[in-house]
Write a protein of this length. Structure first.
Length: 211
């Protein structure tokens, strides 16, 4: 099973993706996590990506396509994979479609998590993230120790209110058209209302993929 998760930043794709991992028994590839790990490690990829991420801009397609190719070639994804934040432009969608055709694997469904922009600004500007394990927390002050791993909670530069609004503008301009691209090319696209409890949103997502 290959599932693509789409939706604006802060819509809950990462959280629901982890829940789908548990439910479906397939791994998740989250571009944001991979890139943030590279930034922390100071790799060439991380240094290249950092400027884009801090401004809330999209990382170049060639970097994202490289991550997708590596993920789909891994034995770990042989039974399926959840692609979280991997496809953000039409070029990336086309690149993914080409890869899947080459390896003769179908795209099962594109889940689009939907939520109001102002709710997203409120959510993200009040979010802190562990600098070690990348777990997000709402309403917990920067500097607090992460209950999960003991790391330090920080507010990411791209979670500041101005950066969030910029990210939403970028999403509207460059990522929303991807939904239309998938529909036009015959993919199953399902919209998931992302407002509600985690269990409620998970139930909607599972219903959308027929589980």
């Amino acid at each position: 099973m290959i599932i693509v998760l789409l939706g604006p930043p802060g819509a809950g794709k990462g959280t629901q993706g982890e829940r789908l991992v548990t439910r479906l028994g397939v791994p998740k590839v989250a571009t944001g996590d991979v890139l943030r790990a590279a930034v922390k490690a100071g790799t060439q990829l991380g240094l290249e990506a950092k400027g884009f991420m801090d401004r809330g801009d999209l990382v170049p397609d060639r970097v994202i396509l490289g991550i997708m190719k590596e993920a789909l070639s891994s034995p770990e994804t042989a039974k399926g994979v959840i692609l979280d934040g991997v496809v953000r432009t039409e070029a990336q969608a086309e690149g993914l479609a080409t890869m899947l055709k080459e390896i003769k694997r179908p795209l099962d469904v594109v889940l689009v998590f939907s939520i109001d922009d102002e709710e997203l600004v409120r959510r993200l500007s009040g979010r802190t993230t562990c600098d070690s394990c990348s777990t997000p927390y709402m309403g917990v002050a920067p500097g607090t120790k992460c209950p999960k791993c003991g790391g330090t909670l920080v507010q990411r530069a791209d979670d500041a209110a101005d950066a969030v609004r910029r990210r939403l503008q970028v999403y509207a301009a460059q990522t929303e058209p991807v939904i239309g691209w998938f529909r036009a090319h015959g993919a199953k696209v399902a919209t998931v209302n992302a407002v509600g409890t985690l269990d409620e949103v998970e139930a909607r997502a599972l219903a959308a993929i027929g589980r």
